[in-house]
Design a protein around this ligand. Structure first.
Ligand code: GLN
Length: 497
């Protein structure tokens, strides 16, 4: 057995190694399980690890290969964010409310990734019910950033991002309602893509804000994201918002041979709102250097305007809590999840169950959401926010008449220290300014590593494109990654062998 260095191995490399019989899927799964066990006390990236399930799936993949089957994900270990239902394995949303909940079925994307032959290692920690930007609200304790353990990994998919960055899994899934794939990808120096709304079925993904939620892959490279997205995406009649489109191969543009100017003809739109005062200097410096690189690869830049993007944070923080307050009403102690041990009557049972089961941030969202939907405030807040949402989507449409992609920082800062923002929710909300627009408009967007701040923490650049431009975004990111090595850097001390 010749195992590659798992602190940096990509899905594509591991797949080639499996095909060449350099190691078996079982050997690979065992090696990742050992890395997870070694890192768990410091990083806490996983809520649940499933060694037995992983071994069984790995053996099945080895048998399938021995029988002549092949596939990019056959025998590849993966982790699922803990809001995707996994049959027989608990799905907690990092909440006390679901701490012991074992799903009776698999989410659509879980089924799809299993059918592709992947091996589920376990479930990754997140902000409770995906509400947050730091993974500090997990009932199972904070997750740490592998690059600097006193920094947050970002959120809400912080467990997935930390696990990929530390090489505890070659790739993982995330969900993105307002940036939860892209922001932790940026903070942990990995690549992640939120697809166009409706590309990945939401069936079996615990709902936060249904009109904004999308699943997507998080990995070490754009090439790997394309491999995962190809398996995850596709129409599913069980989700009414799943789009009836033909299956796509998201790797299709990556195969063309590299040339000196692979980005010839790509027009990069630069909205001034992404380069304003609130962006930290090391972030600006990294983005500007990335732009020089992209232009050297043949791209050109053009200024574009997103005049209403400044309203995206208040718009989102009306709409997302409104939808959350409705979605989370199902956690009532009757059907599943936590139920208060002692209560007087039904109403008391509801109250105690929800008071005990939900954490502070979730309660805050339910309160805000119920308020903006209440009689007398609905028009002033909810309806108004829906109108602004339309304006923001129209801004993007107008911008894409002039450019192919929009580029800027994923987040105005690098990862903050643990505890630095958790007491100030508004400050944390404001940092979502660059990611929320794509969710409000339903557009695809990705984060790509493009440098480091002087304190050693990674910087990510965001690429946003028109509807269904995933293959193009992934190709632009791939060409950038062929010319740079930011995505290949690994945090120190993550070699657990
Ligand atoms: N940080 C945002 C929020 O707290 C986004 C979360 C997400 O995308 N799930 O709502």
């Amino acid at each position: 057995m010749i195992l590659p260095d798992l602190s940096r191995a990509t899905v594509a490399e591991l797949s080639a190694g499996l095909t060449a019989r350099q190691f078996s899927s079982l050997e690979l799964a065992e090696a990742y399980l050992a890395r997870i066990a070694a890192a768990q006390p410091t990083l806490n990236a996983f809520v649940t690890v499933d060694p037995d399930g992983a071994r069984a799936a790995a053996k099945a993949a080895d048998t399938a290969r021995a029988e002549g089957k092949s596939g990019a994900l056959l025998g590849i270990p993966l982790a699922q964010k803990d809001l995707f239902m996994t049959e027989g394995l608990r799905t907690t949303c990092s909440s006390k409310m679901l701490a012991n909940f074992v799903a009776p079925y698999d989410a659509h994307i879980v089924t799809a990734l299993k059918q592709a032959g992947s091996v589920l290692l376990g479930k990754t920690a997140m902000d409770e019910f995906a509400m947050g930007s730091s993974t500090e609200t997990s009932f199972f304790g904070v997750v740490r950033n592998p690059w600097q353990p006193d920094a947050v990994p970002g959120g809400s998919s912080g467990g997935s991002a930390a696990a990929v960055a530390a090489g505890l899994t070659p790739a993982a899934t995330g969900s993105d309602t307002g940036g939860s794939i892209r922001q932790p990808a940026s903070f942990c120096g990995i690549t992640g893509i939120k697809p166009t709304y409706g590309i990945c079925s939401r069936y079996g993904m615990v709902a936060f804000a249904s009109s904004l939620d999308q699943a997507g892959p998080m990995a070490r490279s754009a090439e790997d994201c394309a491999l995962l997205l190809t398996a995850m995406a596709g129409h599913d009649g069980r989700d009414a918002t799943s789009l009836p489109r033909p299956k796509e191969d998201y790797s299709r543009e990556l195969a063309t041979p590299p040339s000196a100017k692979p980005l010839e003809g790509v027009r990069i739109g630069l909205p001034d709102v992404f380069f304003g005062d609130g962006v930290d200097a090391p972030v600006v410096a990294a983005i500007e250097a990335a732009l020089v690189e992209l232009c050297a690869l043949g791209a050109t830049t053009v200024p574009v305007a997103l005049p209403n993007l400044g309203y995206s944070v208040p718009t989102y923080y009306v709409l997302a809590p409104a939808e959350a307050s409705s979605n989370l009403s199902r956690f009532d102690g009757v059907r599943y999840g936590h139920r208060a041990a002692q209560y007087n009557d039904l109403s008391d049972m509801y109250q105690k169950t929800r008071a005990e089961g939900f954490g502070d941030e979730v309660k805050r969202r339910i309160l805000v959401g119920t308020y903006v939907l209440s009689h007398g405030y609905y028009d002033a807040y909810y309806l108004k926010a829906q109108k602004v949402r339309r304006l923001i989507a129209d801004d993007f449409q107008a911008a894409f008449a002039q450019c192919d992609v929009i580029l800027g920082p994923t987040v105005p800062t690098v990862a903050p220290l643990l505890g630095a923002q958790s007491q100030d929710p508004i400050k944390m909300y404001l940092n979502d300014i660059f990611t929320i627009g794509a969710n409000l408009a339903g557009l695809p967007a990705m984060s790509v590593p493009c440098g480091f701040a002087p304190n050693g923490l990674p910087v990510g650049m965001q690429l946003q494109g028109p509807y269904f431009s995933e293959a193009r975004l992934l190709n632009i990111a791939h060409r950038f990654q062929q010319a740079t090595d930011w995505h290949k850097r690994t945090p120190k001390g993550m070699n657990h062998e």
